[in-house]
Design a protein. Structure first.
Length: 240
């Protein structure tokens, strides 16, 4: 699929997509990873939520073993936007594939049978009781939990999940956006995931440099782990 110029800058385009989403969806939440891209997306979504005096869900899956600076940033975002979010900081036992061991192909975060080995304790804001998330069951995989959360959050209403992926990051993410897929009202930055729930990718066409230009010009909070990466010699790779 050839690229098509919108003849507006990516920041304006992202804001227009977010405004359109608020106009068209009854329920809205952000899938927030506390990375650089989802951080920018969350700032933009919360800016619109405040304009409209509307609360949106903020979904963060706490894997227990994330970097301290990542947790610091997540905590900062939850505090910064406490007035306009419905907080869902998930710290439940959830399984995922384990690439760090040849002997344990799966790993479970917040495994209560291994509490003495936890990397850290859950945040006070965390959802740690399975009864708070009715669809949770022992052994649920990440790949099932995430879309089922969206369906549960929607409660039968039309729901948008903001996701901060960018096409530049990888071929798989480019294909997520460029492939033939169900789109809401023909918008290429949307795709259907489960019944009534649509992913919305407002910054899909941003370059890595656009992410850091945004921070440089706005002074918005970001994950300081990227400063450490830069100090360690990592460079910014752009598509330009």
């Amino acid at each position: 699929m050839p690229k098509k110029s919108l003849e507006i800058n990516v920041l304006t385009a992202a804001k227009q997509r977010i405004e359109w989403t608020f106009d068209n969806f009854q329920k809205i939440y952000c899938s927030f990873s506390a990375g650089k891209d989802s951080g920018v997306m969350t700032h933009l979504v919360m800016e619109e939520a405040r304009k409209r005096a509307r609360k949106v869900g903020l979904f963060f899956l706490d894997w227990e073993c994330q970097f301290t600076l990542t947790i610091d940033f997540a905590r900062q975002i939850y505090n910064e936007y406490a007035d306009c979010i419905e907080p869902y900081w998930i710290a439940l036992p959830i399984k995922t594939w384990n690439a760090c061991s040849a002997y344990e192909p799966e790993w479970t975060s917040w495994d209560k049978s291994k509490k003495n080995l936890w990397v850290r304790q859950p945040e006070p804001i965390s959802i740690t009781e399975p009864s708070a998330i009715p669809f949770w069951y022992e052994g649920i995989m990440f790949e099932e939990f995430v879309p089922t959360f969206g369906q549960w959050y929607a409660q039968g209403e039309l729901c948008a999940c903001f996701v901060g992926i960018r096409a530049q990051e990888s071929l798989n993410r480019f294909r997520t956006l460029a492939r033939d897929k169900p789109m809401y009202e023909g918008k290429p930055f949307t795709t259907n995931t489960v019944e009534n729930v649509w992913n919305v990718y407002p910054i899909y066409d941003w370059d890595t440099s656009d992410i850091w230009k945004y921070h440089g010009k706005t002074g918005k909070s970001y994950n300081k782990l990227y400063d450490r990466m830069h100090q360690a010699g990592m460079i910014i790779v752009t598509g330009k």
